[in-house]
Design a protein around this ligand. Sequence first.
Ligand SMILES: *[C@@H]1O[C@H](CO)[C@@H](O)[C@H](O)[C@H]1NC(C)=O
Length: 427
Amino acid sequence: MRTLPALTIALLAAFVHRCCLRMADPFGDVAGLPIDEARAALFTGGPNGSTFPAALVGVFESNRRLRGATLLFTEEVVGSECVGVAPNGDLLMLDRNGFVFRATPQQRKGGALAYELSKERHYVGPGRPLGFHVAGEWLYVCCSLKGLLRLHLGSGAIELLSGATGSPPSPFAYANDLDLDTSGAVYFSSSSDHPVALHPLAGFYDTMRGRPALTPPRGYLLTSLHGGTTGRLLRYDPASRRTAVLLEGIFRDTATRISYANGVALSADGAWVAVVETNLNRVLRFWLRDADCRGGGGGGGGGACPRAGDTDVLIDKLPGIPDGISRAPDGGFWLALVAPLSPLPRHLAAWPRLRTLLSHLLPWVAPFAVGSWGAVVKLDERGRPTPVEALYDPDGSHVATVSAATEVGGRLFLGNLGGRGVSVLQL
Ligand SMILES: *[C@@H]1O[C@H](CO)[C@@H](O)[C@H](O)[C@H]1NC(C)=O
């Protein structure tokens, strides 16, 4: 009587195996790539990566400060990765479909945080906007589908600034976040070489999961399963209208590119630019000028004094998965930790075929791969910073999937990658 279950399992296995063989290759080029030991060591739970479970001690100690945030526009605005603040105090939000919302501060008794949504709507779609930044009358947007563009907030006119780099120009994919310097040059990230995919049911460009059956587009989770590193830091020069690659190989190793490049922010003095490397839970620092190491300032970390073109690590071993970064008025940075750490990537690192198989099952794998919480940390402006504070909603029941934080006028505005509305916290 034992043979029947065994036979059933064997038949099922043969059937599943056949189905997997007939499925489209989710990555277009090769299936899951091998991940070498040195990189796997930097993953969560690895000897050189974040500890797992996350060490929420010291500055990182858990608290409920984000529970005090006021939720805004939970019905109207879905999936605005960040919140921009115009010079007049108006809020700007871009939803996951590419609609631009503006909201005006309201005078309320007792200084309550209230904003009213304007009827006016602009549109920068199709495609999913991620990071954006207000500069005067312009809203600069990283659209993960189209590239770097800007929207004139008065007229609604759109200008595509950059979609390709190099000579002859080759298109880049997956623009993610940006910052501008005083000359108008734009520093921005391209998370991966593979474009994002349209979600077949929900009808928006899904940067989180991607669509396994389509080749070659994919989102964050597919990129992680694939195991490739194709992130880049780019610079758009408004004078020449050209886009240059600043950083693809890290530590002079051009074979290894950024493992999902994400948030971008310039230092207050413009000497370096921070770029978040999401899959390794760290923030890199690319030097635009030679560091001023006299008196121990600027360079940080002991070691050699960084020169223009060097890359070092601003902060690593973070206790959550980092997403957006923005400069605070005091010269420090707000870094959003969009989701709690997962030990899964490290467990799967040595198994490229298993990763290929799982990529076909992504809708079922995803809930196990990504947990939920709300978390932002404040970094010091000096080299090798120790965070100065961390704000949480431990289970994400009030504020979750915080993808970027912007501080203006003593208020911290929080974007929300995965959910409804945005939020604001009085600091
Ligand atoms: C961890 O980092 C150190 C210093 O960079 C390096 O020497 C060591 O080989 C790394 N460990 C692993 C397991 O890769």
